[in-house]
Ligand binder design. Structure first.
Ligand SMILES: [Ca+2]
Ligand SMILES: [Ca+2]
Length: 232
């Protein structure tokens, strides 16, 4: 009977041990970014860094406090890329090629916006790239919300924009995360950006007893040892 209970608990544990969310964005809280590549096309050396149109990392400003730490992103406009303000981070995901090509990898993607007074025309984008040569032209965007977001008029609140379970194309080796404002110097800020890669292992899962299961097992041994002692 004890064996049956133990085996069923082990099965339960292995069922929930499959998906592993991994944060792959660098400095999504805008606390460490000091240098900016304001070039277009985005240079290869900027992989893993915020790049594109000009921006500032600022502390509390115009009644808006950073959502985390002491820094937040501020849209500026030098109009390198079209008439909008666009900043990207390119991320190398080739380390997960096996899982991506198995068709099981997905992305969760979000950022918080805020401003002093309501600002509209804000957006996020996500790109799935088989290779990266320095330009995003020619690639299909997986998601571009077309500047459809707006902040409210309350500078004490941060408005979250989020998307979940976006599938990654087979052969994806780089992804791009985009922050967008329809107008330059829009007065909008961004903080706590996140890009999570969710991969399911292609290997069969080996059931691993959780600490609680081990205690239960230990308790079972203790009880049976005591019974044997009494019988002796
Ligand atoms: Ca921050
Ligand atoms: Ca707000």
């Amino acid at each position: 009977m004890q064996k049956v209970i133990l085996l069923s608990v082990l099965y339960f544990v292995s069922f929930f041990a499959v998906a592993t969310p991994i944060e792959i964005l660098s400095d999504g809280g805008f606390e460490a970014t000091t240098t900016k590549n304001t070039e277009w096309p985005i240079p290869l050396v900027s992989i893993g860094q915020w790049s594109g149109d000009g921006f500032s990392i600022v502390s509390a400003e115009s009644g808006v406090n950073p959502l985390s730490g002491s820094g937040m992103y501020k849209f500026l406009g030098n109009n390198l890329i079209g008439g909008n303000h666009d900043t990207y981070q390119i991320i190398d995901v080739s380390a997960w090629a096996t899982e991506i090509d198995a068709g099981t990898a997905t992305i969760d993607y979000s950022a918080y916006f805020n401003s002093a007074g309501m600002v509209s025309g804000l957006g996020l984008s996500f790109w799935s790239l088989p290779a990266f040569s320095g330009s995003l032209s020619g690639y299909t965007t997986k998601l571009f919300d077309n500047f459809g977001n707006a902040t409210d008029a309350d500078e004490s609140t941060w408005e979250q924009v989020s998307y979940t379970s976006i599938s990654l194309d087979v052969n994806t080796r780089f992804v791009a995360f985009g922050l967008h404002s329809l107008t330059k110097n829009s007065g909008a800020y961004v903080d706590n950006a996140s890009l999570t890669l969710n991969v399911a292992s292609t290997e069969p899962q080996t059931p691993v007893p959780a600490p609680g299961v081990l205690s239960l097992f230990g308790l079972g041994l203790l009880v049976s040892a005591k019974r044997k002692k009494r019988q002796a």
